[in-house]
Design a protein around this ligand. Structure first.
Ligand SMILES: Nc1ncnc2c1ncn2[C@@H]1O[C@H](COP(=O)(O)OP(=O)(O)OP(=O)(O)O)[C@@H](O)[C@H]1O
Ligand SMILES: [Mg+2]
Length: 505
């Protein structure tokens, strides 16, 4: 006879069902796992054997073969311990085989039979709900799995507790879903930022239209501070968006730290980050920082200090919203729809624009430093703002800024306007930043004066076709913030002012 149980292998954030079969047959006692197991899965044997011993059960003195099907898909990770143990216990008639065959299990076994936390429980719960099976996962991961309402879940602490549950001796309760965190309230508030009116305005426009933003200015003027305020003025995530974000966190084993919240992710990798850390990869082709920022903000502080090669790898994913991580045997796709905010000093010492403070190499040092950002990357940044230095004494005298809640309200209104417009136009996009070609043309509704001004600006600043459409997008967002149906001259004038620093792009 063959007993079975199910588990999952991961392809990005998707869980593929794996059939874990166990057969006992007469012959020299042995324990074999076949079906492309990696090292962690091959070592399962020792953990399963020890966990059975800890329960007071000896391995059968027979030939034990575990097959992980489909056989041609590589199986990775220690989470196969538990399904292997379940299939084996079913074959040994210690738990009902028909129950085991309705179970999708994942968990790592300790030598004492405890079940340790593993990554990817959330996608596994989604899969279990879809195929009508009961998910068995580690106790610590129960709240993560329980987000999926439709899934039937058992989250035992140990193998003994699971056997008691499956034999009906002591049923386990369904775990409680993790409480959504009240994380919107703990975000940085724009009230704390004094002055920097132009940058605050650019941040609001960026939030409203989903535009990428670059802040350039001397050290200590509030660039990082401003960037951190962005999640606080963006609308909270929808349930679907929150689930997408949680899936990536689950696969990256970062769910417990980040939890389930409605605030958009804010991810700020250090500038020494490698390409694999940023875009995903490594031995297991895991998600990178850009995927952890999915539906939120990727903040590249001191962007000119990042390695050029690393930044260039962001170009394609920034455009497409998904990233394919390649590895020897497979290509794994992760979502990465992010809003990019970057900050940098104008030159290495940072004092280029400060009268009397610039170094002896100015202004060439500034040009060299800014040239570290490649043209194609800059091309993806819609808004460029300079953040001037305010003398400390003056800063103290300035009143506090407008609170984030007030700005968030305007942003939400502008986003609703955009969503309604693009729906009316039958376009798949929701934000001005995503509008292209004929959709953008139809959306812009520019009056004659605005068109004339844009034409002149394009000529004077030698705007490329791409920079030209970008100016239209920004002008559209500015008009949406004002709740004006048509894009008028002042909107274009303001939009072009955010392009001046990058006129050559
Ligand atoms: N506009 C401002 N309003 C209030 N506080 C400010 C402002 N600018 C700077 N500060 C204070 O200075 C600190 C440093 O600001 P921040 O880290 O944002 O500077 P930065 O522009 O990112 O500098 P760097 O280029 O060195 O990274 C803040 O934590 C804050 O206390
Ligand atoms: Mg900073």
């Amino acid at each position: 006879m063959v007993s079975r149980c199910y588990s999952v292998a991961f392809q990005g954030v998707e869980a593929c069902e794996i059939d874990v079969q166990c057969q006992l047959s007469a012959g020299t006692p042995s324990f074999q796992i076949v079906g492309l197991p990696d090292k962690a899965v091959a070592e399962s044997r020792e953990r399963v054997r020890a966990a059975l011993t800890a329960m007071g059960v000896a391995m059968p003195s027979k030939r034990v073969v575990i097959n992980l099907a489909p056989a041609d898909m590589p199986k990775e990770g220690a989470h196969f311990d538990l399904p292997i143990a379940v299939a084996l216990l079913a074959e040994m008639q210690m738990i009902p085989p028909e129950e085991a065959a309705e179970t999708l299990a994942m968990g790592e076994l300790g030598l004492d039979g405890r079940i340790a936390s593993v990554p990817g429980v959330l996608p596994a719960a989604v899969q279990a709900a879809a195929s009508g099976k009961t998910l068995v996962c580690p106790h610590a991961d129960g709240p993560e799995a329980a987000i999926v309402d439709a899934a039937s879940i058992a989250a035992p602490e140990s193998l003994v507790a699971l056997v008691n549950h499956m034999t009906g001796r002591q049923a386990l309760p369904r775990p409680q879903a993790a409480d959504p965190r009240e994380d919107m309230a703990t975000l940085d508030d724009l009230r704390e930022v004094k002055g920097q009116e132009k940058a605050r305005r650019a941040l609001e426009i960026a939030a409203a239209g989903g535009h990428n933003l670059l802040l350039i200015g001397p050290p200590g003027v509030g660039k990082s501070m401003l960037a951190k305020c962005l999640p606080g003025i963006l609308p909270p995530m929808s349930a679907q968006e929150a689930l997408e974000v949680s899936m990536v966190r689950s696969v990256a084993h970062a769910f417990a730290d980040a939890g389930l919240g409605r605030a958009r992710p804010f991810v700020d990798p250090h500038h020494s980050a490698s390409a694999a850390a940023l875009t995903g990869g490594g031995r297991k082709a895991g998600p990178g920082e850009i995927s952890l920022a999915h539906n939120g903000v990727l903040f590249l502080d001191e962007i000119a200090e990042f390695e050029g090669r690393v930044l260039d790898q962001l170009r394609q994913p920034l455009e497409s919203g998904t990233i394919t991580v390649s590895r020897a045997a497979a290509h794994v796709r992760y979502p990465c729809r992010v809003q990019l905010v970057a900050a940098m000093n104008p030159c290495r010492c940072g004092n280029l624009a400060l009268p009397g403070k610039a170094c002896s190499r100015a202004p060439k040092c500034g040009a060299d430093y800014q040239a570290k950002l490649s043209g194609p990357l800059l091309d993806r940044i819609d808004l460029v703002v300079e953040t001037p230095a305010t003398p400390a004494a003056e800063l103290h005298r300035l009143p506090n800024g407008e609170p984030s809640a007030a700005v968030a309200e305007r942003v939400a209104r502008a986003r609703r306007t955009q969503a309604e417009r693009y729906e009316r136009l039958g376009a798949a996009v929701r934000l001005n930043a995503q509008a292209e070609g004929s959709v953008l043309e139809a959306a812009a509704e520019m009056d004659a004066e605005a068109q004339e001004l844009l034409g002149r600006a394009a000529e004077k600043l030698q705007l490329s076709a791409r920079a030209h459409s970008r100016a239209i997008r920004i002008a559209r967002t500015i008009a949406d913030l004002e709740a004006t149906a048509q894009v008028r001259r002042p909107h274009v004038a303001e939009a072009v002012s955010y392009r001046r620093a990058l006129a050559a792009a």
